[in-house]
Each structure stands twice: as structure tokens, then as C-alpha cells.
Design a protein. Structure first.
Length: 99
């Protein structure tokens, strides 16, 4: 849906590096997902105000909501990384005890 040519042009305007076709496709997919997610959250914001029209403020409120969700995701990922690190260290310690 989002034109790859436009995305590639914007990418090239903001870097001196070469831009691969794969990177353009990956970014287009991310941007499309962001549009879908933002629209859904904006729709919820408009529905709370009993409106049938999305307004700029509904979109702008999405940033705060998205940031809150990202903070939670990072926290959960950090917790998982810590758990995995502890498990790996336990496995290494057990292996070292065998020798």
C-alpha cells in the first residue's frame, strides 16, 4: 500500500549509504503495521468521545499510548533476558562442576 519508491527516496535523502531493496520492503512493512496500529488506537480514542470521525488529536494521543506500551514491552523483554542469562549461567556452572 505504501509506495516503495517514496520510502526508498526518503531513506536515500537521509543517509549516504546504499539502500537495499530488502531494507525498503522491511521498512514499508513496519510502516504499514504502524499505520494499522495507530488507526486502531485512534479509533478507540474517537469512540471514547462518541465520535465517528478520526481527528488529529486521536492520532497524536497514539504516541503516548504507544510509548506506554513500548515501556512495558522493554520491561518484559529485560525480565526475560535476565531469566535466560541466569539459566545459561547455571548450565555453564553445572558443566564446569563436572570437570
Amino acid at each position: 500500500m505504501i509506495p516503495k519508491g517514496t520510502v526508498k527516496r526518503i531513506m536515500k535523502e537521509n543517509t549516504d549509504m546504499n539502500v537495499s531493496a530488502e531494507s525498503v520492503v522491511a521498512l514499508v512493512e513496519i510502516l504499514q503495521e504502524m499505520v494499522v496500529t495507530t488507526t486502531k488506537i485512534a479509533e478507540e480514542n474517537a469512540a471514547k468521545d462518541k465520535r465517528k470521525t478520526l481527528k488529529a488529536r486521536d492520532i497524536e494521543q497514539c504516541d503516548a499510548e504507544r510509548l506506554r506500551k513500548k515501556v512495558i514491552e522493554v520491561s518484559e523483554r529485560t525480565e526475560k533476558v535476565n531469566m535466560l542469562t541466569n539459566e545459561i549461567l547455571n548450565v555453564i556452572a553445572n558443566e564446569l562442576e563436572r570437570y
